[in-house]
Ligand binder design. Sequence first.
Ligand SMILES: O=C(c1ccc2nc(C3CCCCC3)oc2c1)N1CC(N2CCN(c3ncccn3)CC2)C1
Length: 304
Amino acid sequence: MPEPGAAPRRSPQGVPYSDLPHIVNADGLHLFCRYWEPTGQPRALVFIAHGAGEHCGPYDEMAQRLKELSLLVFAHDHVGHGQSEGDRMNIKDFQIYIRDSLQHIDLMKSRHPDLPVFIVGHSMGGAISILTACERPGDFVGVVLIAPLVQMNPESATPFKVFMAKLLNHMLPSLTMGSIESKWLSRDKRQVEAYDADELNYHGGMRVSFGMQLMAAVERMQREIPSISWPFLLLHGDADKLCDIRGSRMMYDNSLSTDKKIKIYEGGYHALHHDLPEVAESVLKELTTWITEHIPAATSQEAQ
Ligand SMILES: O=C(c1ccc2nc(C3CCCCC3)oc2c1)N1CC(N2CCN(c3ncccn3)CC2)C1
């Protein structure tokens, strides 16, 4: 409870958290949450992990489609993103994203102990989803990954650039690397304009220290992938210039999972769920179909 008379904690946009759905993470930071609750009895829980520099608002359409299928969808803005507290698009340890995700998932599981749980993640959110599922390999019925950050693009992360980033991280960790040109993120100009105009997105350059955390997460995933055995769906565009599709192919080829599917979108850019309308619709259909097909049949007790 806040100290009596203390000023209310406010979001970076100045809104008191007492007026916003939120959780408080293990470091005492307020994380803004969104919930999409079906009217009737939910069939499953779905946690959505957004990517770097964005927030969970742009997943509303996806969440609404899942809610229409009686799934209870929930998400939060990661530390340093959107309406959550924390230094903008920076983190001292990537593990914080995973710890906070597990905290939110555990909260929702405590409210709905009998429901199966899925995770959906895009880009860095895909890395968070993978590493979260690796920490709790038996907890998730399935993981859906949209252009996940599994492998660095060798053009953007050449050995020289990686070496320089490691060197600079010791000397000037707050130095920013080049930011991503949004036109390479989607072929739909309206989506790019909306992304650029969204003030809840981070539009600055990526700090070296943050890039190092992403690289460390990539290295951790490379170690984890050969032991992955949970079901997953991979969706990736072969024209993705940010997260190399070879990472998704490597995960599909090298994981132990027997229940796995990869769908490649020819010409698809990074943000498949915000790419051309026909691609975005296909992604939503693939994702909703895969999830509903993976909801376990009701146990005899539930069926009564
Ligand atoms: O998670 C990410 C993201 C951002 C920058 C990254 N840089 C790397 C490399 C950098 C070098 C070291 C190794 C890692 O990986 C990244 C992932 N992103 C990009 C964000 N998405 C959000 C949705 N997008 C979108 N949405 C609507 C319209 C257009 N784009 C595309 C960008 C999420």
